[in-house]
Design a protein around this ligand. Structure first.
Ligand SMILES: Nc1ncnc2c1ncn2[C@@H]1O[C@H](COP(=O)(O)OP(=O)(O)O)[C@@H](O)[C@H]1O
Ligand SMILES: [Mg+2]
Length: 221
């Protein structure tokens, strides 16, 4: 489903200086797999996830999604249908959930993607109810996301991604900052998603989470 082949990537400073992050990095993710990126801080885990979500583009090498090369020109073309399809197929939960929550209520946050996709209202309502149930957000539908705890906001961000029904869910250090109860809940939700056939890629520093999810480990750096 995802194929990164011989990727080089460097961040470029405004003065033109390059900060190399990935060199000849390759990995594949097959449909239905749960894969964990493990590596020290600064090794490039977030960068890999940004490439998979077409928020960054390799300097060399090829990224293929479902066999199709993902290239800057195709993704950034105006009204790109390819970009739309990609963002529907790949859901990205940022390490800091706050940067992706922007609606006045939890319900609207979860409904946003499906409404953008043009789904009928009844289907949108069904998805909101399903995901609120799955992520334990039932009592919070009308609350403002910024008034929730960190763990609750993380769950809202995940629900908002899942409401688009992506094939691949990418989570950047999803248990970062969560207490034990929220971590357990998250691990259970992810395990259920994988059992239901979803493909999951996460980064983490916690070997016990890798073990509990029975994830295949890809080392970075
Ligand atoms: N926007 C950016 N501009 C310049 N350097 C960056 C930027 N984002 C990350 N980096 C650098 O790239 C390297 C890899 O970062 P990152 O992919 O975030 O690693 P990880 O997620 O494994 O901690 C780090 O050295 C980081 O400082
Ligand atoms: Mg990171």
């Amino acid at each position: 489903m995802v194929e990164l082949s011989h990727i080089d990537f460097a961040y470029r400073q405004p003065d033109g200086e390059a900060h190399p992050v990935l060199h000849d990095f390759s990995m594949t993710i097959r449909r239905g797999e749960c894969v964990a990126l493990l590596g020290p801080n600064g090794s490039g885990k977030t960068t890999i996830m940004r490439i998979i979500n077409a928020l960054a583009f390799p300097d060399a090498g090829v990224y293929r999604l479902g066999g199709t090369p993902v290239e800057r020109g195709i993704v950034q073309a105006r009204d790109s249908r390819f970009a739309k399809a990609l963002h529907q197929r790949v859901g990205f939960v940022f390490q800091n959930a706050d940067v992706q929550l922007f609606c006045p209520s939890v319900g609207e946050e979860i409904a946003f993607g499906p409404l953008q996709m043009g789904l009928p209202e009844a289907e949108v309502d069904r998805r909101v109810a399903d995901l609120a149930g799955l992520l334990g957000l039932d009592g919070m539908i009308d609350r403002a996301p910024y008034r929730l705890s960190g763990g609750e906001r993380k769950r809202v961000a995940i629900a908002a991604c899942l409401s688009m029904n992506p094939d691949l869910l990418v989570l950047d250090e999803p248990t970062d900052g969560l207490d034990e109860r929220n971590t357990d809940l998250l691990v259970r939700v992810l395990a259920d998603l994988v059992a239901a056939g979803k493909t999951v890629l996460l980064s983490t520093h916690h070997p016990d989470i890798v073990e509990r999810l029975d994830a295949r480990v890809v080392r970075v750096g």
